[in-house]
Design a protein around this ligand. Structure first.
Ligand SMILES: CC/C=C\CC(=O)SCCNC(=O)CCNC(=O)[C@H](O)C(C)(C)COP(=O)(O)OP(=O)(O)OC[C@H]1O[C@@H](n2cnc3c(N)ncnc32)[C@H](O)[C@@H]1OP(=O)(O)O
Length: 303
């Protein structure tokens, strides 16, 4: 991790994400609708659409894993690879992360990845989740979350890993860490991310209660930075991006690193133990039963 001017401090090769890709179409490049030169070409993968604008140095990254952008192993992997690609391209200074699925930003962990699966699969999945968080949390780019839908649990963590959050003003778009309501526990690095954003007391309360905050409350507690009408989420995210990009990169990056490094290092120091804890916890019969019941409730709610 070089920390000189022009810093790039995101940890490299924490994992080899390519090795995780199964049947994805990453690297595909196609012209954006109505687009022309290189700056208007979009690329990405099956589940992550990247619309780069070389002129502004900003790329819009859209999650598109319908119906609810659940964080499947494939989505996690494709996100890491798309992020790495933009990090390595000096043209880009910022990413706006948003959803291509209506009404949902991200439903969090894909519960089918940890329900009825063997421990080896759960471990592989959890490592991919750790990897994405580390990459996002320590990214040298400015990350702005344009939250255009519901944002529970792992979805909230993706948003909190960004530098700034703009949430659409729709009472159905709730955000927070609701793990306890599923009978599971947020690991220390999710808890730390929460505490770093909204403080200890608010986190203590919200984590235990599994609170999902509607927009006005999310703004009040500090989970998001702006709440705007739905049709202004993208333009507001772009204005926020401009504000962050007005700061010299090296100063902003070093400051971000100073603020976040200790939290990330805590996970880096105990990644294996964290994986083992997660796997042994979710593979317990009682937890599997809770998760199955929760999934079943979600499926029935639909009908
Ligand atoms: C260990 C700690 C780290 C992280 C913890 C987690 O992230 S655990 C995951 C926690 N996530 C949730 O509690 C969100 C659950 N989902 C919802 O509340 C709603 O689906 C949501 C996101 C508000 C969207 O509502 P909507 O009405 O638009 O969709 P619907 O509920 O009908 O769901 C559509 C289908 O998607 C399935 N699904 C939803 N969430 C998940 C998920 N997290 N994992 C897997 N599958 C999910 C849902 O069952 C429906 O499936 P279908 O087969 O079509 O009935």
């Amino acid at each position: 991790m070089a920390l000189a001017s022009g810093v790039r401090f995101a940890p490299r090769a924490l994992l080899r994400p390519w090795a995780l890709l199964r049947g994805t179409t990453l690297g595909r490049t196609e012209p954006a609708a109505g687009g022309g030169g290189d700056g208007a070409r979009r690329f990405g993968s099956q589940r992550v659409l990247v619309e780069p604008d070389a002129a502004s140095g900003v790329a819009v990254m859209k999650l598109r894993n319908p119906p609810v952008n659940a964080l499947s192993l494939e989505l996690l992997t494709e996100l890491v690879i798309s992020l790495e690609k933009l990090e390595n391209d000096k043209t880009f200074r910022g990413i706006i992360l948003t959803s291509d699925c209506p009404r949902v930003f991200c439903a969090g962990l894909d519960l089918t990845e940890i329900c009825g699966r063997n421990p080896a699969h759960c471990a592989e999945y959890w490592k991919a989740m750790q990897e994405l968080w580390l990459r996002m949390y320590l990214s040298s780019l400015v990350l702005v979350a344009a939250i255009n839908g519901a944002c529970p649990a792992g979805g909230c963590i993706i948003a909190l890993s960004c530098d700034c959050r703009v949430l659409a003003d729709n009472p159905k778009y709730r955000i927070g860490l609701n793990e306890t309501l599923l009978g599971i526990i947020a690991p220390f690095w999710l808890k730390d991310t929460y505490v770093n954003t909204i403080g200890h007391r608010a986190s203590e309360q919200a984590l235990q209660l599994g609170s999902l905050f509607p927009p006005a409350e999310a703004l009040q507690v500090g989970l998001v930075d702006q709440v705007v009408p739905e049709d202004q989420v993208q333009s507001t995210a772009l204005s926020e991006m401009a504000r962050w990009l007005a700061v010299p990169d090296h100063a902003r990056q070093l400051t971000k690193n100073m603020m976040r490094k200790a939290t990330a290092d805590r996970l880096l120091r105990q990644r294996d133990a964290d994986t083992q804890n997660f796997v042994s916890f979710v593979c317990r019969d009682s937890i599997q039963k809770s998760l199955q019941a929760y999934l079943e409730k979600l499926r029935q709610r639909k009908g």
